[in-house]
Design a protein around this ligand. Structure first.
Ligand code: ADQ
Length: 490
């Protein structure tokens, strides 16, 4: 059995020295060891015009093929910035006010999905397993299914699937659903999204559903929760290193606050950075005794800077930071420290470790792996304030959960977190750490593939044992910095 991964982004990129190396980020970390072991292909868009369409990797002793789908600027604008980032992204996060519906977006999305499907069809061999990623590729599965009725195909959706009544707002909702139903297995982070998907298929397409399985055109489509994790052990090691401990102390010294509240996000309107700043402002207004003692350190990674709503958000965040600091700053105390840039994973780890409180308050989020990174990196002192509108919240009841739209509630949670007694902090974070240790990005990949191959074996009646996959640490891609997920939705 070989594996074909189909994702928007390629798993390798050029280094400063001009060589090729694995890109950094959760998805590559999870899937490259498996792909290297099984062999096969990774199909992705060609991000630059001069890149080869077919590239064996590593060049000296190839494990797999990178197959690129080159896109024109018009296709990229319509498919990626348009349909994916200005339609499917806001809709799936219940932010219909950001919807930008334009015909060329749909047309280019269709065209690019056809081109991805053609590439997969060309590379496909009998017995291959195909694993699609995310909301960029909703139409390709049905097209591949037409050409290869026997193909074994799964799809992981990294963002929320909204309630049926929200999904049906989208013109073309049914076409997109039919595309997705070309798969044999569809994975989401939590049950709630799986239920929403099933209801969408049932109500909008009239599909039959029995015991959570969708019956569609003579096939079964399984829809399941497969919560993603991080590389816990590597994060634990990194966090315990002298380097990170030293950097964490430097951060605390630099800011000088008794209590440091930290927020780390891609600058995206779904992450709730603006309302978080406003809640921190209310906290300062209501609790003057904490002036000079509590600071918020907000790190925001530039993201989708070509899209107007992201440019607008940046202006609003800049303004809010200026307003809060202008009003409250004192000679030796700055209420908000704001950094608009990308950091290495080691640096992020130091920030997590320096924090007394992590403020993770998306207005909606599929999972939110920053939560998992914080829980893993922090000591017994760390308190997690977590939006209840994230996938992570379903798994982490011991966090201080908040409604991110409730500004006063959020301001109150900040006070509660700062005043939480050490014993309660320790109990909560230990429970959270235990949960996160059970979620692991390698197990996530193995678990999804096992379900997919089991389904293939069941339908072909052969039930061959799943091939041994060597996912030992030596085979795993070592990462120095982060960045892949900062694109959002992988
Ligand atoms: P994202 O929307 O990107 O991912 P998230 O899960 O929080 O959201 O992952 C962000 C990643 O970017 C983290 O690994 C984090 O460390 C990194 N990052 C954030 N700020 C950074 C900075 N300043 N510098 C460098 N790195 C930074 C999508 C979905 C999520 C889902 C993931 C995985 O939107 O809901 O959890 O995919 O499925």
């Amino acid at each position: 059995m070989r594996l074909t991964v189909v994702a928007n982004r390629a798993p390798i990129s050029r280094t400063d020295e001009g060589d090729w190396a694995p890109s950094v980020g959760g998805l590559t970390t999870a899937l490259l060891p498996v792909l290297s072991e099984l062999g096969g292909a990774w199909v992705a868009m060609g991000e630059e015009p001069d890149l080869p369409e077919r590239q064996e990797y590593p060049a000296e002793d190839p494990d797999f093929l990178v197959r690129r789908v080159p896109l024109s600027q018009e296709e990229l604008d319509g498919y990626y910035y348009g349909m994916a980032n200005s339609v499917l992204w806001p809709l799936s996060h219940y932010m219909v006010q950001h919807l930008d519906l334009r015909d060329p977006f749909v047309e280019n999305y269709r065209r690019v999905n056809e081109r991805f499907a053609e590439a997969v069809i060309e590379e496909h061999r009998e017995d291959d397993v195909i694993w699609m990623q995310d909301y960029h590729l909703m139409l390709a599965p049905a097209l591949i299914r037409e050409a290869h009725p026997e193909a074994v195909m799964g799809h992981f959706w990294h963002i929320p699937w909204p309630a049926m009544e929200v999904f049906r707002i989208l013109p073309g909702a049914r076409e997109l659903l039919r595309g997705m139903l070309g798969n044999d297995l569809i994975g989401f982070h939590v049950e709630e999204y799986a239920k929403n998907f099933i209801e969408s298929a049932e109500v909008l397409l009239g599909a039959d559903v029995e015991d959570g399985v969708i019956h569609w055109q003579g096939r079964e489509v399984n829809v399941e929760a497969h919560p993603i994790g991080i590389e816990v052990e590597r994060f634990e090691r990194m966090s315990a290193s002298d380097n990170v401990k030293g950097e964490a102390e430097e951060v605390r010294d630099e800011f000088g606050a008794e209590s440091l509240v930290v927020g780390i996000d891609r600058l995206d309107y779904t992450k709730g950075v603006l309302s978080r700043l406003e809640a921190f402002e209310e906290f300062l207004e209501k609790n003057p005794e904490y002036h000079g003692k509590v600071s918020l350190f907000q790190v925001a990674t530039p993201s989708r800077t070509e899209v107007e709503s992201y440019q607008q958000l940046k202006r609003e965040v800049d303004e809010a930071v200026g307003r809060i600091n202008g009003q409250f700053a004192e000679d030796h105390w700055m209420p908000v420290h704001y950094r608009y840039r990308t950091y290495t994973q080691e640096e992020l780890c130091a920030f997590y470790r320096a924090a007394d409180v992590a403020l993770i308050t998306p207005l909606r989020d599929g999972m939110n792996v920053v939560t998992q990174e914080f829980i893993t990196a922090t000591t017994d002192r760390g308190v997690l304030i977590l939006s209840e509108l994230t996938g992570a919240a379903y798994l982490l009841p011991e966090a201080l959960q908040v409604n991110p739209y409730d500004q006063s509630g959020l301001a109150e949670a900040i006070r509660k977190a700062i005043e939480m007694p050490p014993e309660e902090r320790r109990e909560r974070i230990q429970a959270l750490k235990a949960t996160i240790r059970e979620l692991n990005v390698h197990q996530w990949a193995d678990g999804f593939l096992d379900r997919l191959t089991a389904q293939r074996d069941a339908s072909s009646g052969q039930r061959a044992p799943s091939p041994e996959r060597n996912s030992s640490p030596e085979r795993r891609v070592e990462e120095q910095s982060t960045g892949e997920l900062v694109d959002g939705g992988v």
